[in-house]
Design a binder for this molecule. Structure first.
Ligand code: G1P
Length: 303
């Protein structure tokens, strides 16, 4: 089998965050904090853990804070050093050294496919991964999602999209949905399951959805995707949808779906953001005990 290592990632973080207004007027949703770090840092760390060394973050107007976060000021480092706060200093320093991180702006909000297209020259002839900047995937001790997607690509040489089974049928209209046709799942030599994608549809009405397998914010693309993005017309919501570009990719070149292990946290809406903070606070050694006691006391009072 041809071995091909994936080194580059594109992280779209240009969305306006309208589901989270007014918090996102001046604050990028990707900079919202989960316990003690902004969401975008979790996303970058996930990419780095899968062996990614070069990252392009697609930003837009009012997203300066995202750039600033990955370039902590020397003054802050000097201050922490002078005060002997070694652990904090290391934490701040490692943010700048996570990977080679670049930024580019999407000038107009034309859709997710257009945001990804801003990375065409960054990617060149390489295959690459895409991680949506407002979603954390916590592998919860399972093999990480991106590593398994890369394994599928290494063995098959085809693009791969992460998916998740939608528990509540009413929720399928929030996602891109996979049509697996009659296809049965296959396995890599190490046992990672994947499914040939027959077709996809962006945010279908529940009654018309071809399955309950939703596109789940992580993608691995061959550079051929850019040719299909160029041919993608505005679709759902008048936006150039990556799901529509993937339809062409699936039909012409093939595309595999991989069902994620672990938990996906979409922080772009209020309820999921609060749930994410609770889950991460409970898992965090510094905050876990205190938050657990607090929740228990609230529930006891309510009951
Ligand atoms: C985007 C994609 C959709 C996907 C979803 C979650 O939608 O367009 O296909 O299922 O992310 O990964 P958004 O949540 O930006 O509306």
């Amino acid at each position: 089998m041809k071995r091909c290592r994936i080194k580059k990632a594109i992280i779209p973080a240009a969305g306006l965050g309208t589901r989270f207004l007014p918090a996102t007027i001046a604050q990028p949703k990707e900079m919202l904090v989960v316990v003690d770090k902004p969401v975008i840092q979790y996303v970058v760390e996930e990419a780095v853990a899968a062996g990614i060394t070069e990252i392009l973050i697609i930003t837009g107007r009012s997203k300066r804070a995202v750039e600033d976060h990955f370039d902590p000021p020397f003054e802050l480092e000097n201050l922490l050093e002078a005060k002997g706060k070694t652990e904090l200093l290391q934490e701040v320093r490692q943010i700048a050294n996570l990977a080679k991180i670049q930024f580019t702006r999407q000038r107009r909000q034309l859709g997710l496919a257009d945001a990804i297209y801003q990375g065409k020259s960054f990617v060149g002839a390489d295959s690459f991964v895409v991680l949506l900047g407002d979603t954390i995937i916590d592998s919860n001790g399972c093999d990480p999602c991106l590593s398994e997607m890369i394994e599928i690509f290494n063995e098959t040489d085809k693009s791969v999209v992460a998916t998740e089974y939608v528990q509540n049928p009413a929720d399928v209209s929030r996602y891109g949905i996979i049509d697996p046709g009659e296809n049965k799942s296959q396995k890599t030599s190490a046992g990672v399951k994947y499914l040939d994608v027959h077709d996809l549809v962006e945010k279908p009405a529940a009654a018309r959805a071809p399955s309950r397998l939703a596109v789940a914010s992580r993608y691995l693309f061959a550079p051929a995707i850019f040719g299909y993005i160029e041919r993608t017309k505005p679709g759902k919501g008048g936006e150039i949808q990556i799901t529509d570009s993937m339809r062409m990719l699936a039909k012409k070149e093939g595309l595999y779906a991989y069902e994620i292990n672990g938990q996906r946290y979409d922080i772009g809406n209020k309820i999921d953001y609060i749930k994410t903070n609770i889950d991460f606070a409970l898992k965090n050694p510094e905050t876990g005990q205190a938050i657990r006691s607090h929740l228990e006391s609230i529930l006891n009072q309510a009951g």
